[in-house]
Design a protein around this ligand. Structure first.
Ligand code: 5GP
Ligand code: MN
Length: 341
């Protein structure tokens, strides 16, 4: 990892005032975990900092220490706008392109404050940031924050709250230590475990706090919506607003649903087409092994992400999105069929 660009900012960060931490819309455990991780770190130096995000946190992240202090743009747009425009530094976490912070993007761009990126997604937009702390081999942005802290903030004692945030980010992005692993991931996790974190509570909150209706929604999807294309080693499903309504979904209730596609033996690519309240179609891609689903997301669905977990969008109906996807799929047939798992 190249740390050169961040070095001149280390000391100024420790004495900064009015610092803002921005993460991506539709935030997940890594986005919030890494953002709160930086917040807690900088507060030890007396830095006044705020975490801001476009939309509400999913219910299963409400247990995170200080999550109630995250300021939601959709609830208080003026406050977020003011915080960003008066910020002396803007720290961006867990995204590589500024458009991922949604409605906050124009305010972040207008600000003259230096922008510092902490991220692990491929191909960061280097031109949009004054400093970049980036490593695509890190399991999560939270893992990067742990490395950052142990490199430059050694005088800050590790607290249980901080370790809880970082561990939550790592658990989220690794699917409970199943993906994106490297030896360092476990070394860092082992250190965090020494800080008395509520490991069982974290796992229960993230993976075992579904509502009864969410489980029924899963049943509905698997029984009625899942399509399997063995000739492409692909499985996909869609959900419209109307289909979801009877299950009274909460924000975050479709999180992780797409992973069921990959549980089928031999399936390499899994896709979920989800109609959002604003009628846009959000698409989640997941893949196994060397198959890069982010190639499909970025080339055809105006999105991107990691090799094995990516997303995009489509302007049109769900049926059109699926039709378009099925037209694109044959281009990937050879790759999908030849992949050894
Ligand atoms: P999910 O399917 O969980 O919404 O997203 C999986 C991953 O894909 C995210 O962690 C993020 O890295 C990436 N991703 C999702 N949507 C987009 C998008 O619209 N643009 C880009 N660049 N990445 C996305
Ligand atoms: Mn992440």
């Amino acid at each position: 990892m190249n740390t050169a660009s961040i070095l001149p900012f280390i000391e100024p960060l420790k004495s900064a005032s009015n610092l803002v931490i921005v993460t991506h819309k539709n935030p997940d455990g890594d986005a919030i975990g890494s953002s709160l991780g930086i917040l807690l770190l900088l507060e030890k130096y007396g830095v006044k900092a705020h975490v801001v995000v476009e939309d509400e946190l999913p219910y299963f992240l409400h247990f995170l220490p200080r999550s109630q202090d995250v300021i939601i743009y959709n609830s208080d747009p003026r406050r977020v706008q003011e915080l960003i425009s008066s910020a002396s530094f803007i720290i961006c976490t867990d995204f590589s392109q500024l458009n991922r912070c949604g409605k906050l993007e124009p305010f972040v761009r207008q600000s003259s404050a230096p922008r510092i990126l902490f991220d692990h997604h491929p191909e960061p937009d280097l031109a949009s940031f004054q400093a970049v702390y980036h490593d695509v081999t890190a399991s999560s942005t939270s893992e990067l924050i742990a490395i950052f802290a142990s490199s430059f903030f050694t005088d800050v004692p590790i607290t249980t709250d901080w370790a809880t945030c970082i561990y939550t980010g790592m658990v989220t992005d690794t699917g409970c230590f199943r993906f994106s692993l490297r030896p360092q991931t476990f070394q860092i996790a082992a250190n965090l475990l020494q800080s008395n974190i509520p490991v069982q509570q974290i796992i229960t909150q993230i993976f075992d706090s579904y509502s009864f209706q969410r489980i029924q929604l899963t049943g509905f999807v698997l029984q009625n919506k899942l399509r399997y294309l063995p000739e492409y080693r692909t499985a996909y499903f869609s959900l419209s607003e109307t289909e979801m309504m009877p299950f009274n979904p909460r924000r975050g209730d479709t999180e992780g649903l797409v992973n069921h596609t990959l549980s089928i033996e031999g399936v390499v690519l899994g896709v979920f087409f989800n109609q959002k309240p604003d009628d846009t179609i959000r698409i989640s891609f997941r893949s196994k092994g060397a198959f890069a689903c982010n190639d499909i997301a970025s080339k055809f669905f105006n999105g991107g992400g990691h090799r094995n977990a990516s997303g995009g969008q489509y302007a049109g109906t769900i049926e059109e999105a699926i039709e378009y996807f099925l037209k694109v799929l044959p281009q990937y047939k050879d790759q999908l069929i030849s992949l050894s798992l």
